[in-house]
Write a protein that binds this ligand. Structure first.
Ligand SMILES: [Ca+2]
Length: 367
């Protein structure tokens, strides 16, 4: 079935279930959106729209990058990608088009790269995306950041990229399942790092510390930086990121270690930042979008989180520097990515082989 046909089918199903135009789209138990599958991928990780159009970039963990026209589902593979170390949670990860893409054709990628003796680490680079006739290709990839130190094991790279409103870059640098280095000011592990678009560090080694595995990093329209972080068992967090602050891992967490050992709860009394929201049981937040469109006015300025183990789209209400849990819609699949389209539609990436790109639109037209 074509995308458009399946979309119509979903809408007809909703209509035949008795949804009336006057009913609230947010009625308890009901979803305020309908979904349509646009395309499928092999373990997709992240997506970003190229400014000004219907074309998005989608990464696959094993190292492939795709251009996709979301209006018709047509995919083209981008050549010229860096060699990535795809093991465990590592591989090709985030993709972000430069906000000045129309002038410089630049895209940023994060990926895991191999080091000596089987070690690996996160990295960020940019290149020029050459479009036009022929296959799309990435030219002159230039690595601007390498996580130090590289360590063994394939966990907690994080490697999420967020452009700040002023054109500088924030990168989440996971603690690589090493625990204590998240508190060591002299290594990159467990930090959020601030750099220029060329990779020059701003304000020293790190912007904030004490993070575990921060897979969500996004600016709100008011300029505040929010982060989601995978905690240990029952300790997933949404944090407001402030310069120089310590978020406590592994000294404190609302969760407990996987072997059952307890971790002290209270952050503030021990000198650490409290999470704004935390989840027990875990939802495994894999991505964070702060919604800024008009298509879903009830989400404007709020957080939308793709939940992996939670198999859900999670809505968090954000008001200034405060956040509260709002909705958790079961999607029946691990949700890896969440992004916003050019007209305010929301896109989700399912996790794993055959992961679908889903388009979310309002469940009914408001009259
Ligand atoms: Ca914390």
């Amino acid at each position: 079935m074509s995308t458009r046909l399946s979309q119509i089918a979903v809408m007809l199903m909703v209509a035949s279930c008795g949804a009336s135009p006057s009913a609230s789209a947010d009625a308890p138990g009901g979803r305020p959106f309908v979904t349509a599958a646009v395309a499928t991928f092999d373990s997709p990780w992240a997506m970003d729209f190229i400014p000004g159009g219907e074309t998005a970039l989608v990464t696959e963990k094993r190292g492939r990058l795709w251009l996709i026209d979301v209006s018709n589902g047509r995919k083209q593979e981008v050549t010229g990608l860096p060699q990535v170390d795809a093991q465990g949670q590592g591989g090709l990860a985030d993709v972000v088009a430069d906000p000045r893409f129309s002038g410089n054709q630049r895209i940023y990628l994060s990926f895991s790269e191999a080091g000596a003796n089987g070690a690996s680490g996160a990295a960020v680079g940019y290149g020029r995306l050459i479009l036009g006739s022929g296959a799309p290709r990435l030219e002159r990839l230039h690595v601007i950041w390498r996580q130090e130190p590289k360590v063994s094991g394939g966990n907690h790279y994080s490697q999420r990229i967020a452009f700040a409103p002023d054109g500088t870059l924030f990168v989440s640098s996971g603690e690589r399942f090493q625990f204590d280095p998240a508190q060591d000011p002299n290594v990159d592990l467990g930090k959020i790092i601030h750099m220029t678009a060329e990779g020059q560090r701003i304000g020293g080694r790190y912007y904030s510390l004490g993070h575990r595995n921060a897979l969500g990093l996004a600016f709100a329209p008011d300029g505040r930086l929010w982060e989601t972080e995978m905690g240990p068992r029952g300790g997933d967090e949404l944090n407001l990121i402030l310069q120089g602050r310590n978020y406590g891992w592994p000294r404190v967490s609302y969760g407990s270690h996987y072997d059952g050992r307890q971790i002290p709860d209270a952050h503030r009394s021990r000198g650490f930042e409290e999470p704004k929201v935390w989840w027990n049981p875990s939802i495994s937040p894999g991505s964070l979008l702060i919604y800024s469109g008009d298509l879903f006015p009830q989400w404007k300025g709020d957080g939308l989180i793709g939940a992996l183990s939670g198999e859900a789209l999670v809505h968090v209400r954000i008001r200034g520097d405060e956040a509260t849990k709002a909705d958790q819609w079961d999607m029946g699949r691990r949700i890896r990515g969440v992004d916003q389209g050019p007209r305010g539609e929301v896109y989700l990436l399912e996790d794993g082989p055959g992961g679908r790109l889903l388009k979310l639109q309002p469940a009914q037209t408001r009259r």
